[in-house]
Ligand binder design. Sequence first.
Ligand code: SAH
Length: 228
Amino acid sequence: MSCQNNNIKSKNDPYINLRRDMVKNQIQARGITDKKVLDAMLKVPRHLFVPEAVRDEAYEDYPLSIGEGQTISQPYIVGIMTELASIKGDEKVLEIGTGSGYQAAVLSWLCREVYTIEIVENLAKTAEKRLKDLEYNNVHVRYGDGYLGWTEAQPFDVIIITCAPPYLPDSLVRQLKKGGKIIAPMGEEYATQTLTVFEKKDGNLIKTEHEPVRFVPMKGKIEQNLSK
Ligand code: SAH
């Protein structure tokens, strides 16, 4: 194990207090009660998922730029999306929009396997290396368009989309298990979107809308099919 990892896992982590405050004041205080979600967010060293220049802001109550015009979501948004997934422990989860890899790292504490796809090559490579260095060994990163899902690894119990699609791609619905859930910020480019949960029940998708959110738009194939 590298020195860096020893540091992260030891009690000497200089960010531990900031992380505790983040979980208490931003996540718990806003109504996230699932202990496993809170514990996972206490464990993941969020400061190692942001560029060095903004490391001291890693535990603040807002999203941060991670380069390539993309952002790491506000901690609370990661908390609520993870809680809405209602993961029990044995699930296979697909994430669309790896970004920094932070959401994937949080999920990795909660389920069996995480598959995550990122459309910007540079971000995919950086996140893959970061997750490997930090020994998140049940996270699999792929560079590509999440629109088509991850055929070889399907079906998934949960699909979390962390970029905003104007509609739900059929391929993702097909790769979702019966009884599975999709959590997504549904909406148009640069407008307010709605955090939405779709549950696959008896051949139907049951939709529940939650709070307004703001994510970067989903890019790639979905843009060619906007009229759908
Ligand atoms: N979950 C990330 C934050 C996501 S930001 C984290 O924890 O840091 C949204 C990401 O979605 C961006 O990195 C963007 O490049 C990516 N993205 C946009 N469209 C995509 C697509 N079609 N397939 C995969 N990733 C996509």
